[in-house]
Design a protein around this ligand. Structure first.
Ligand code: NAI
Length: 341
């Protein structure tokens, strides 16, 4: 009788241990007190894959961490006040570091208008990460993504730790919007609507490939309006918030989805595909070193970069316009690090 009971206890202990140790992932959010950072951190707290959540910001991270730490899920939450050693501690050993730190748009601003403020914020946070934990997957949310991602690449190159497989510009919100907008038009369930969106993350660099969606028949003015809405959907939010910022809640969901997909791939799940802005061979021959397309994720980060596939003449024109802007945005980021090391 005694030995049976002991065996049962041991079995329970083993199961409990393996359940918590199966996915021991630390995730760090830099800019965690902001409009995106707070709901993003809350969603990450709900993930069974996350065991430690490190929240860093120049203001208020301990408060956000204390609040979120009361949510009754397994992970431990720590908040960090601004100091170089705290930042290093926050990112150390993290599997994923997300950067939503930086200022958002106000009505009338383009994402590029944020460059002057956000470029140096992202450069410094990326540099600290490159120093303390160069192997972390770095997910850049701060705009202009088309320039902030090349900035990170340059910073990592400068420290001789650049690995293109671990650097991601988060463009997930564009596909989230595209699937919702097309479902509104067609009166369908957005969960069943997958729209491939390629290019970059700003205005005409956002290229939805409707010909590959469930509704390739959308044409003429309806197509033009839908493409425009997907490209400039962020403006709807900026306008509605009337000076109080840009998308935060839908963005938190999109950022969470991207992080969770990377953790699923890290845990060994096959066939995890997300659109993301990465160091990509697709248009390097035209001088465009970064491009968003569907990317299969693996334990090391980028596993396979998918091409844009079959596209029609209209979409070819969209891509041409995209590449022109994207090239300039990327060069601006690279140039920034060269002249502001
Ligand atoms: P916010 O102003 O509400 O939050 C930004 C946070 O960053 C603040 O808490 C601030 O204290 C913090 N911060 C500033 N400098 C910092 C530093 N050096 N270190 C650590 N934290 C720092 O802005 P919000 O709405 O959260 O937006 C953040 C960024 O995300 C903006 O650049 C915005 O344009 C971008 N964004 C990106 C999207 C995408 O699809 N990739 C979509 C929507 C917004």
């Amino acid at each position: 009788m005694f030995s049976v009971r002991r065996a049962a206890v041991n079995f329970t202990q083993k199961r409990a241990f393996s359940a918590s140790a199966a996915n021991p992932y630390k995730v760090a959010v830099l800019g965690a007190s902001g409009g995106i950072g707070q709901p993003l951190s809350l969603l990450l707290k709900l993930s069974p894959k996350v065991t430690e959540l490190a929240l860093y910001d120049v203001r208020g991270a301990p408060g956000v961490a204390a609040d979120i730490s009361h949510v009754n899920t397994h992970s431990v939450v720590k908040g960090y006040t601004p100091a170089p050693e705290n930042l290093a501690e926050a990112v150390k050993d993290a599997e994923i570091v997300l950067i939503p730190a930086g200022v958002p748009r106000k009505p009338g601003m383009s994402r590029d208008d944020l460059f002057n403020t956000n470029a140096s914020i992202v450069r410094d946070l990326a540099d600290a990460t490159a120093k303390a934990n160069p192997n972390a997957k770095l997910l850049i949310i701060a705009n202009p993504v088309n320039s902030t991602v090349p900035i990170c690449a340059e910073v990592y190159k400068r420290r001789n730790v650049y690995n293109p497989k671990t650097l991601f510009g988060v463009t997930t919100l564009d596909v989230v919007r595209a699937s919702r907008f097309i479902s509104e038009l067609k009166n369908t369930n957005p969960a069943n609507e997958k729209v491939t969106v390629v290019g970059g993350h700003s205005g005409v660099t956002i290229v939805p490939l409707l010909s590959q969606s469930n509704h390739p028949e959308i044409s003429g003015e309806q197509r033009d309006a839908l493409v425009h809405r997907i490209q400039f959907g962020g403006d709807e939010v900026v306008k509605a918030k009337d000076g109080a910022g840009s998308a935060t809640l839908s963005m938190a969901l999109a950022g969470y989805r991207m992080a969770e997909s990377l953790l699923r791939a890290k845990a060994g799940e096959e066939g995890v595909i997300e659109p993301t802005f990465v160091d990509s061979p697709l248009f390097k021959d035209q001088g465009v070193d970064f491009f968003a397309s569907n990317v299969e994720l693996g334990p090391e980060g980028v596993k396979k970069i998918h091409g844009v596939g079959d596209i029609n003449a209209y979409e070819k024109e969209l891509i041409e316009a995209c590449l022109k802007d994207l090239k300039k945005n990327i060069e601006k980021g690279v140039e920034f690090v060269k002249s502001n090391p």
